[in-house]
Design a protein. Structure first.
Length: 104
């Protein structure tokens, strides 16, 4: 019925001959070059301050949310208030430490 040679000659001129899922699906991903940097390039005081602030703000976020949930959902106002207060103090401490580092 159909001739293979006839079928191939009727193909579209820009149609790929074989489907390749790695290149034929999705957008083309641009190559990104990253600069060669090492942790040793960062000054010690910046490194220590950054990670201490990360820890401080994580404690603040956790304590603020846990304290609020204890007060609202369980009605434990004393325990929730203490935990919430710890979070507020941690947040203020982290902000002051950040401002002091920023100002020199």
């Amino acid at each position: 019925m159909f001739d293979l040679e006839e079928e191939q000659s009727d193909a579209w001129p820009d149609e790929p001959t074989e489907f390749n899922p790695e290149t034929d699906i999705g957008p083309k991903i641009p190559s990104v070059s990253t600069p060669n940097s090492d942790v040793s390039d960062i000054p010690d005081d910046v490194f220590r301050t950054f990670w201490s602030l990360v820890l401080t703000f994580n404690v603040a976020l956790f304590a603020l949310s846990l304290g609020a949930m204890l007060m609202y959902f369980r009605g434990q106002f004393q325990t929730g208030g203490i935990v919430f207060g710890l979070g507020a103090v941690s947040l203020v401490y982290g902000l002051v430490k950040y401002r002091n580092f920023q100002n020199g």
